[in-house]
Ligand binder design. Sequence first.
Ligand SMILES: *Cc1c(COP(=O)(O)O)cnc(C)c1O
Length: 434
Amino acid sequence: MERTGLDYANKLHAEDPLAGYKERFYIPERNTLDMDGLTKSIKPIIYMDGNSLGLASKDVEEEMKAEFERWKDLSTRRSGVDKKAAELQSKLVGAKPEEVIVTGSASVNVHALVSTFYKPEGKRTKIIGDELNFSSDIYALASQLRLKGRDPKEDLIIVKSRDGRTISEDDIIAAMSDEVSVCHLPSVYFVSGQLLDIKRLTEAAHEHGIIIGYDCCHSVGVIPHEFHEWGVDYALWCNYKYMNGSTGSIAGLFVHEKHFDVTPGLPTWWGNSPSNRFDFESEWTSTGNAESWHLGSNLGIGFGVSPVYASSKMVVEAGLDRIREKSLKATDYLMYLVDELLTGRPYNYSVGNPREAERRGGHVAVEHEEARRISMALADRGIIPDFRPPKVIRLSPIPLYSSYQEIWEVVQHLKAVIDNKEYLRYEADKKENF
Ligand SMILES: *Cc1c(COP(=O)(O)O)cnc(C)c1O
């Protein structure tokens, strides 16, 4: 059987143990261009952007309706959904249940955690960040330095990329010294999809007495972690990407149990020990677990957290190992098709993410000089990619709802927009984001 043919995609689909999950999601239909680029018909979109915003599921819908019912009869605070969500999330990151809470947003959690652990003392005054991390993280690191009276120009070490796509672990480790207090990195780079070696970096940081934490927005829900065992000091992640936990869903936060006696940088009444939570005169006291880092009550219970509970339940039920296995198989297949069918003239596509399974996350970074216009053409064909300037088309097959046939079809569309010179229909400099 030709591995580039549709039959092979059908075969992979027939062997896919997660294929049944797709029907639990809502896949919108749109009137979009057919393969010929001329006629249009109403069909379900092919969604390759779940690493940016996951699709809505019936599971989440049911749980949000249930939360509304709990609000109606005021049983919301007794439901325990917040603790159940945190416990499920702890399984996804390899933590003890008491090490994880659902609170805040990813960006605010970076502030909450760095403000907790960055304590400039003597000559240990620096923070390590890197050139390719998400903007929020770098803003937070610079701001946390300023809030403690330090100058980011002096004390923020930004590890540079050698190739514009990836960061070498060796370069990060080379930046570690006894002048560094905190090292803050992503697990997976949001543009190139590079997965860092968290275990190795954590060990290296600890050899230098450095606290190390990770922004795992691009890995939680698609890559298993072992935060507790690896001794990771802290981590945070959002729940609306691979977790499909809904727009505006509350984020996750991990603090290793060895730090349970540390006072949070942003203490709140809800993070206060339950025994004196309503005792407004006394001093803030630790809960003795990660709950100390709660950013107020409204973020930890109710509408933000109930969809996280439902989506975490689905991911745990499907099995993170099976999810990672399918993600690797699907991204391998996509890279294979790009290599076989779309490299060289006239197509000129290439794969920009690391190739090795242990070095890549859940998306493929397809590169092309015309990436912006191609992304626009794809959208009119009902394929939803994610364009990242200047030349990356992120394509993320989501294990719970993307099929191998869809991957095959996406590649046919990538080919057709070049064959038909269809991307020339779009303005090159339009500032539209996908
Ligand atoms: C998506 C993402 C965020 C988003 O932050 P919010 O506070 O949820 O808006 C932060 N960091 C990284 C690495 C991301 O990929």
